[in-house]
Write a protein that binds this ligand. Structure first.
Ligand code: SF4
Length: 374
């Protein structure tokens, strides 16, 4: 029996927690945003050009949530029973001037913060002091000790030149590596389950590095969120970025062979290769920095806006429909052919040995995890 936990704190719920939340109409996890600026230009970024922000009017974005609206969403999430808030964007959150008070506010509600960051502030003492009055190590320690956060840091390439190329910013990878080291130094990866994750976006340019990055799961005791493209605007703008279906199949096979070799448990294959199954669609929502509500970052069907309706009413409407209550895979990638259903079913049969009937076309329901962010 493996004693490895395949997940990260704040993004892993037991089947009984999920069942209780579903029974009581609670939301388990919320994907949320703070701010909208970022110093990087990652080619795969689902928020860099996002038509969801534009109200149908090119170049005219809807206004951001103001402070009171932003805090109210946290209050409402707490009332709905939310256990974790994944701060996933809409830019580099750590560079927001309200970053510290906003995270304190979430923590005061006993909600786990799962922070996604490029590390551009954490790894740069001068910038960190300028923005928050503390250096990178102090900020990392505060996140670890006071907020109790889990942190994902970007890791598309170990080769620094390649990483800089992917994010469009020379010198970035040195700063990222320092931030990663700081997070390990203060102990984020010394928990069970770990509180340190790597966000890995797979494309043609970094495909050859993915298994080396994946090996950090056991070497550094981190969780990894390894994903191919999402069907967002940038996917259709950069059609040469995504890898082929053959390459996806081979990568799945290699990653799950690694899991088997190292005792990393799994019950189904996942859109987060090797990692948690996605049950975001039955257990959470995504609220953008402009207040729009979607099932998750890969969904384009707008469910409402927190500017005009309480989160509870949007959630109740959705939970009554139970449109996505039985998925462990990603219907949006399946429907768009990024990870077509027949491929997923074949991989599920080959790597797990089940009928391979889950995902968009099936009903396999494993609620052992509630996941979201890309
Ligand atoms: S993996 Fe899950 S959270 Fe991500 S886009 Fe697909 S359904 Fe949404």
């Amino acid at each position: 029996m493996s004693n490895v936990i395949n997940g990260i704190q704040g993004w892993l719920f037991s089947p009984s927690e999920v069942a209780a939340a579903n029974r009581d109409g609670h939301m388990l996890t919320l994907d949320y945003e703070l701010g909208d600026t970022c110093p990087l230009e990652c080619v795969y970024c689902f928020r860099y050009f996002d038509s969801r922000d534009n109200n149908g009017v090119a170049a005219k974005k809807k206004p951001l949530l103001d402070g009171a609206q932003w805090h109210s969403v946290v209050d409402q999430a707490a009332e709905l029973g939310v256990r974790s808030i994944k701060l996933i964007g809409g830019g580099e959150i750590t560079q927001e001037k309200d970053f510290i008070p906003c995270l304190e506010y979430i923590a005061q509600h006993n909600i786990i913060v799962v922070l996604f960051t490029s590390g551009t502030v954490l790894g740069n003492d001068e910038l960190c002091r300028h923005l928050h009055g503390v250096d990178g190590r102090q900020l990392a320690t505060w996140l670890h000790e006071k907020v109790g956060a889990s942190v994902f840091i970007k890791m598309d390439a170990l080769d620094r030149n390649l990483q800089d190329e992917i994010v469009g910013r020379p010198g970035y990878a040195v700063v990222r590596d320092r931030a990663f080291q700081l997070l390990m130094d203060v102990g984020f990866n010394k928990h069970m389950p770990t509180r340190l994750g790597l966000e890995v976006n797979v494309g043609r340019r970094n495909l050859h590095e993915i298994m080396d990055i994946y090996a950090l799961r056991t070497k550094c005791k981190v969780y990894e969120d390894v994903v191919v493209s999402m069907p967002c605007d940038s996917y259709y703008r950069h059609t040469d970025y995504d890898i082929t279906l053959k390459q996806k199949r081979e990568l799945y096979e290699r990653i799950y062979a690694f899991n088997k070799q190292h005792g990393i448990p799994f019950e189904h294959i996942s859109p987060f290769m090797g990692g948690l199954e996605c049950s975001q669609l039955g257990n959470g929502l995504y609220v953008t920095n402009r207040g729009d509500v979607y099932h998750c970052p890969g969904a384009f069907e707008r469910l409402g806006s927190v500017k005009t309706a309480p989160l509870r009413s949007i959630w109740s409407r959705f939970t009554q429909a139970r449109q996505y209550s039985s998925h462990y895979f990603c219907p949006f990638r399946e429907q768009t052919g990024i990870l077509p259903t027949p491929l997923i079913q074949e991989l599920e049969r080959e790597l797990v040995g089940t009928r391979g009937s889950g995902g968009a076309s099936g009903s396999a329901d494993n609620p052992a995890s509630a996941s979201a962010s890309e």
